[in-house]
Design a protein around this ligand. Sequence first.
Ligand code: NAP
Ligand code: PAF
Length: 306
Amino acid sequence: MKITVLGCGAVGQLWLGYLQAKGHTVQGWQRIAEAAPVHFTLQQPSEPDSASGQQRQYQVPCNDPHHLASSDCLLVTLKAGAVAPALLPLLDKLSASCAIVLLHNGMGSLSEPQLAQIQQPLLQGITSHGALRYAPHSVRHTGYGETHLGALNAAGQTRLDAITDVLNAALPPVTAHTDIRPRLWHKLAVNCAINPLTALQQCRNGALLSQQAELQALCGETAAVMNAEGIAVSAEQLLVGVNQVIQATAENFSSMHQDITLQRASEIDYITGYLIRRAQAHGLAVPHHQALYAAIKQLESAHAKR
Ligand code: NAP
Ligand code: PAF
């Protein structure tokens, strides 16, 4: 399959590497129009009995408009806030049948009018694979995870199984869902609990295990919004899920912790911000989430002024 990966960061390089290794004709699409080929070393997670994971070098062409125009799939591995400004100008350069796959944390990266603008098959996914760019041309696959995909429009539904098969053969497991929204919401619930707290407290995920009252309050507010969105879940179920992720990633620094530490814009507007917008639409109060949102935005604007 001919594939363009939009956004050649940690997750983008991970997929570029695994898709090229499967024999697909891939290219990267970077911000800079005259971008040189992306070359990187991909280090796979180490086997339990070996000291370090297998390393492989990749060189992938970039920003070829002919490749873009004839791509069967555009895999969008940008941060949520970059999706609309990067994707919308490319739409009329893609073929009508090119399947666009959004793969980012958070929700609401495209507004309703922007979604309606997209005529191509549109899919959204969520992945729990870990990827870390530890040097300019080096990416480490820090942990195996799983990917879930679903369609966001009717055309996307017709391509869901074929795209799932291609991605699953490259970096399994990838599972297709007839309705991806509950998956996205459950992931959002986890991110809404872990990310802002770890970013504000500058702590590893595991430190949150001792903060059950705060996690419970956040999960209670999230469950009310999810119920209003038609997703049946209790605060207790969300709390169990959040604690499982905290335990499994106890040694990790969350993505928001890393963004705030490095004074980069975080994905708060598409994580807690999205939850707050949906709460407002349903007339629900979410004061705990609102306090975390305000505190992260304050940190971001202090960083922007420096
Ligand atoms: P990342 O390393 O920051 O990569 C994002 C890439 O997008 C950067 O290379 C950036 O380029 C590029 N970009 C920004 N604007 C662009 C534009 N207009 N055109 C083309 N490229 C553009 O982030 P990531 O870690 O890969 O994360 C991507 C998404 O996956 C996020 O939503 C994240 O939360 C999610 N995720 C990440 C992981 C993980 O382990 N890393 C795991 C699960 C989910 P510049 O460097 O030029 O800005
Ligand atoms: O954004 C992140 O860091 C991750 O999605 C998660 C699950 C919170 C683990 O760190």
